[in-house]
Design a protein around this ligand. Structure first.
Ligand SMILES: [Zn+2]
Length: 243
């Protein structure tokens, strides 16, 4: 089993053992306390090993709090799994290790809150469309981040899923299938004629061949604007790029 599959298995096992996943039950299984308080700018939660607690920002939206809490719990579950931890350290180092660990904690957190089979069924029924981010989030009361991570992981074609917003348009959050080689940093901007920008400015969904600012390969983009944000699914064009 590769690292991602093992992290998914950790999350599934924990979900079953701790159900129903109230905040108290989410932290109980890893033996830490839950506390609320201010965090540094741009952070919604943190695991504080010295105090043996997970600190959450009470101002964050409730679904975002739940995702952050599950993410911090994943840090602990991975920390407590010595085989997994040593394999992770063998495979990655430095900044790459940090980014991979964060991506794995996101992946596990999404699986904890939104089971993979639910996402598979939704994709089979509705297709991997950007509207599905909103539908999954609403139907299952999870944050958009959770839906984005799950859709990028489980889509039938390797893809990158994102939400962007603001003026000028910036990436708020993105997740990628393991076969998409490059990540998309938060805060990245787009050209004014990018179909994603067109979607949010006209309020009309877009479907177009497209590229990402820092990626070499071409994609097929479906973009869906809603409430000043735009949701995008970038499917890798197999045969057209270096996948
Ligand atoms: Zn983290």
């Amino acid at each position: 089993m590769n690292l991602r599959q093992r992290v998914l298995e950790l999350a599934r096992t924990y979900r079953r053992a701790q159900a129903p996943l109230t905040p108290a039950r989410l932290v109980d299984g890893v033996g830490v306390r839950l506390a609320y308080g201010r965090l540094p700018e741009g952070r919604f939660g943190a695991w504080m090993p010295e105090q043996n607690l997970i600190l959450l920002d009470p101002q964050a939206p409730p679904r975002r709090q739940r995702f952050t809490l599950a993410h911090e719990v994943m840090h602990l579950l991975i920390q407590q799994d010595h085989d997994l931890l040593s394999e992770l350290h063998e495979a990655y180092a430095g900044g790459e290790l940090e980014r991979e660990l964060e991506a794995l904690c996101n992946l596990g957190a999404a699986e904890m809150l939104l089971p993979g089979e639910v996402v598979d069924a939704a994709i089979a029924r509705r297709g991997q469309s950007p509207r599905l981010v909103l539908e999954l989030a609403e139907q299952h009361k999870v944050s958009e981040e959770v839906a984005i991570i799950a859709m990028a992981e489980r889509g039938p074609v390797p893809s990158l899923v994102l939400v962007a917003g603001g003026r000028p348009l910036r990436v708020y959050f993105s997740a990628r299938h393991p076969r998409i080689p490059d990540r998309l940093p938060r805060g990245l901007g787009f050209r004014r004629d990018d179909p994603l920008v067109v979607a949010v400015e006209t309020g009309l969904p877009q479907k177009a061949a497209s590229r990402l600012p820092n990626h070499s390969q071409p994609y097929w983009l479906e973009a869906y604007p809603k409430g000043g944000r735009v949701y995008g699914v970038y499917k890798a064009q197999l045969g057209g790029g270096g996948l």
